[in-house]
Design a protein around this ligand. Structure first.
Ligand code: ATP
Length: 269
């Protein structure tokens, strides 16, 4: 089994400016992650311990992964993302060893951020989870406890849609002690997200992005990205069939919105 299926090391390209809205979250991340890297001496001088793990939580598709990646980019760190759900399915037998390996790779880099996506898939309360999942969680805890952020230049982030399902041991000091909520986008944020995803597409004069933002209450960032893509597909398809290459119009967005319903309505219930 290729390691690439389970973890991926990359130099991230998305930064904070590619993320619409979430200004409060960006500021929290700056304080918790970026300043400790960029102003290390100041943190040391005031005896502030930096580098506790951060757990990002919130409804699906609202930018948790993007935020983790952008955090790495903003502080010039390598981004090592671990598909947590694959750890158990693909690494059975060697899971703990591989968790250690991910941390070893990260320690070998000048700066890095390890990101565990869908951490709930292994970090369910240990009493309720199976043996191998318990061993993986224990290894993760041991590795996190062993991180000396001052010398390791390593931070750990994780994301979940189900913060209540996380083993409380993971929330202790020095581990994922900081919880950051990544909310669904409000009107302003939806406008910002739509602007980002429409920046490079030709728009008709009848498209008012603010109005589109008003029409998309309860749509996630991922929904909005998909809407932009699908709306662009309509004139693209026409042009491919020999029509003129017209701009994307309001009618295209309306057509897409009729079919695509908001995906996060049920998360809060
Ligand atoms: P999940 O919980 O399903 O893993 P997530 O919260 O990690 O979701 P992302 O993977 O970060 O969500 O977002 C999915 C896609 O949606 C992004 O690649 C991006 O195209 C778009 N998107 C989501 N939120 C934003 C945002 N705030 N600004 C711009 N694009 C966004």
């Amino acid at each position: 089994i290729s390691k690439d299926d389970v973890f991926l090391k990359e130099i991230p390209k998305v930064g904070f400016s590619d993320i619409g809205g979430l200004e409060d979250v960006k500021e929290e991340i700056r304080k918790a992650i970026i300043y400790p890297f960029t102003h290390k001496e100041l943190y040391q001088m005031y005896g502030q311990k930096a580098g506790e793990g951060i757990l990002l939580y919130g409804p699906p598709g609202c930018g948790k992964t993007m935020m983790a990646k952008a955090a790495a980019k903003e502080c010039g760190a390598d981004f090592i993302s671990v598909k947590t759900s694959s750890i158990v399915s693909k690494w059975v037998g060697a899971s703990e060893k591989n968790v250690k390996q991910v941390f070893d790779i990260a320690r070998g880099e000048e700066r890095s951020i390890i990101f565990f996506d869908e951490i709930d898939s292994i970090a369910a309360r240990r009493s309720e989870s199976e043996d191998y999942a318990k061993r993986v969680v224990n290894e993760l805890l041991a590795q996190m406890d062993g991180v000396d952020t001052a010398s390791d230049n390593l931070l750990v982030l994780a994301a979940t849609n189900e913060p209540w399902a996380i083993d409380p041991a993971l929330r202790r000091p020095g581990r994922f002690s900081k919880l950051v909520f990544v909310p669904e986008p409000d009107l302003e944020a939806r406008e910002a997200i739509l602007k980002i995803h429409l920046k490079k597409r030709p728009l008709d004069d009848n498209v008012d992005i603010r109005h589109l933002a008003e029409l998309t209450d309860s749509y996630s960032g991922a929904d909005l990205a998909a809407i932009c893509k699908e709306a662009a597909d309509i004139p693209l398809g026409e042009a491919l069939r020999g029509g003129e290459a017209r701009n994307i119009g309001l009618q295209d967005f309306k057509m897409v919105l009729e079919k695509r319903k908001p995906s996060i309505v049920s998360w809060y219930i």
